[in-house]
Design a protein around this ligand. Structure first.
Ligand SMILES: Cc1cc2nc3c(=O)[nH]c(=O)nc-3n(C[C@H](O)[C@H](O)[C@H](O)COP(=O)(O)OP(=O)(O)OC[C@H]3O[C@@H](n4cnc5c(N)ncnc54)[C@H](O)[C@@H]3O)c2cc1C
Length: 286
């Protein structure tokens, strides 16, 4: 392992790998990523890989659009497939309030240059036939939606960064971080130490523990993600994502090439009454 670097990124999930790539693209090539296990060993390994541009925060929506377009760039830069499937998707409204939100989101998305459209529930049902129209009053159609392979994306970021000079050390756990008087950091690992001008905490689920190494108590907490499955329907709906988020609910995103529990997990709610829909995360976001 080298003994010094301009930047050390702690954590080899999709975020750490993305930071590494963006640093190299900005010309910071003396950069290192340290991962305690394999790349993607944290949340990234579990992600269903669903991607969309609908978000209550316009900046995040624009960032999501940027990321979706970036996947092609890193595929070219790395030669590694990201498993991109742009299927388009529909967001469903079951209440007038939800419909208002979708109209607002649509108007804002168009202002940001995103190509979304409000469609009737009949049109939505044509696109996504498994839907039970009785539960919904309208929908938002988003052509820039689909799914990727999160492991492929992470590897593509890492490879593209390596091509520009970055180094990635796997099976290297950061155990301590010590500041020096010159403002740099001694990064202590179970495989040796190195000095860094900057340290990036991309520890994901473990970011709180990494923060504690420098006396920071980051307000982060791992939350449960509850999903229900209906294996019988999985074969019928390998088309496009359909979501219904009122009451923190999500349904219908189908990833044909991801593990079974992903493809089956998110589809159950399509014809089900809202009370048994899959609940995803504390914020209702995937
Ligand atoms: C079931 C599930 C489904 C999801 N579905 C989606 C989806 O459809 N779409 C979507 O956009 N997002 C989805 N997500 C969220 C997405 O997975 C996460 O937002 C993303 O993976 C977070 O990446 P990360 O790099 O921040 O964290 P992680 O992937 O957790 O990476 C952190 C890394 O840091 C390493 N690490 C920790 N401590 C140390 C240390 N001391 N030294 C060295 N390395 C260390 C870990 O080993 C790990 O590899 C889903 C998440 C889950 C759990």
């Amino acid at each position: 392992m080298k003994s010094s670097a301009q930047v050390v990124v702690v954590g080899g999930g999709v975020v750490g790998a993305s930071v590494l790539y963006h640093l190299t693209r900005a010309g910071w090539t003396d950069v290192v990523l340290l991962e305690r296990k394999q790349l993607t060993a944290g949340s990234t390994w579990h992600a269903a890989g669903g991607m969309h541009t609908l978000n209550g925060d316009p900046n995040v929506a624009k960032l999501q659009e940027y990321t979706i377009k970036l996947y092609r760039e890193i595929e070219e830069a790395s030669g590694q497939s990201c498993g991109i499937h742009i299927t388009a998707g529909v967001d469903l409204a079951g209440t007038p309030e939800r419909m208002d939100f979708l109209k607002l989101a649509c108007a804002r998305a168009r202002y940001l240059g995103l190509d979304m459209e409000i469609i009737s529930i009949d049109e939505a049902a044509k696109i996504f036939p498994l839907m039970d129209k009785r539960h919904f009053i309208g929908a938002l159609y988003n052509p820039l939606e689909g799914h990727v392979d999160p492991a492929g994306v992470t590897q593509a970021y890492a490879k593209a960064a390596r091509n520009l000079g970055a180094e990635v050390y796997r099976f290297t756990r950061v155990t301590e971080l010590h500041p020096r008087v010159d403002g740099s950091w001694d990064v202590i690992t179970d495989k040796g130490n190195l000095n860094a001008q900057h340290v990036v905490n991309a520890g994901g689920l473990w970011a709180r523990e990494v923060g504690r190494m420098v006396g920071l108590e980051l307000p982060m907490l791992a939350m449960a993600s509850e999903r229900r499955t209906n294996l019988r329907r999985k074969e019928k709906a390998r088309a496009l994502p359909a979501r219904f988020r009122d009451g923190f609910v999500l349904a219908g995103s189908v990833m044909a090439d991801l593990p079974m529990w992903h493809s089956s997990a998110q589809i159950v709610a399509v014809n089900a009454p809202p009370c048994i829909m899959a609940k995803v995360g504390p914020s209702g976001r995937p």
